[in-house]
Design a protein. Structure first.
Length: 137
């Protein structure tokens, strides 16, 4: 299951994807904002003195500004930082969060703090995603 952090989405706790919320309709109503706030682990994206070639190419191709923040040192400390904010149904400041499998991810799923990805908007997902991401247990 791919999911986005519910960073700026009010009310997802009560209308989470396990409760039958109509995510297809929700995704159809979403509009491009021009900025992607991205929380990741250090060294997970290529870096040069001029930034990240991958993110620079992505920004040009999709006309979006990527605010890349390598702020995740481990699941536990990142979860401790964001969970009170998400529990208060407030935005954490990230549109996309890369977190590995574990207790913290399970808690985020069970608390409906994630938004399922719309695979119709991800034409390369099936081609490049690993088996665990395509069909998680």
């Amino acid at each position: 299951m791919g999911a986005l952090s519910a960073c700026g989405i009010a009310g997802t706790r009560d209308t989470g994807w396990k409760s039958g919320f109509d995510w297809d309709s929700w995704w159809r109503r979403q509009e491009r904002q021009g900025t992607l706030d991205f929380a990741n682990w250090p060294l997970y994206i290529d870096r040069t003195k001029d930034g990240s070639p991958t993110l620079n190419d992505f920004s040009r191709k999709y006309d979006v500004t990527v605010n890349y923040r390598p702020v995740i040192q481990d699941n536990a400390s990142f979860f401790a930082q964001i969970s009170p904010v998400l529990a208060a149904e407030q935005p954490i400041g990230y549109d996309l969060v890369v977190i590995s499998n574990g207790w913290e991810l399970t808690q985020m799923i069970e608390n409906h703090w994630l938004v399922p990805l719309d695979h119709s908007r991800l034409p390369n997902f099936e081609r490049y995603a690993g088996a665990a991401s395509r069909a998680p247990a």
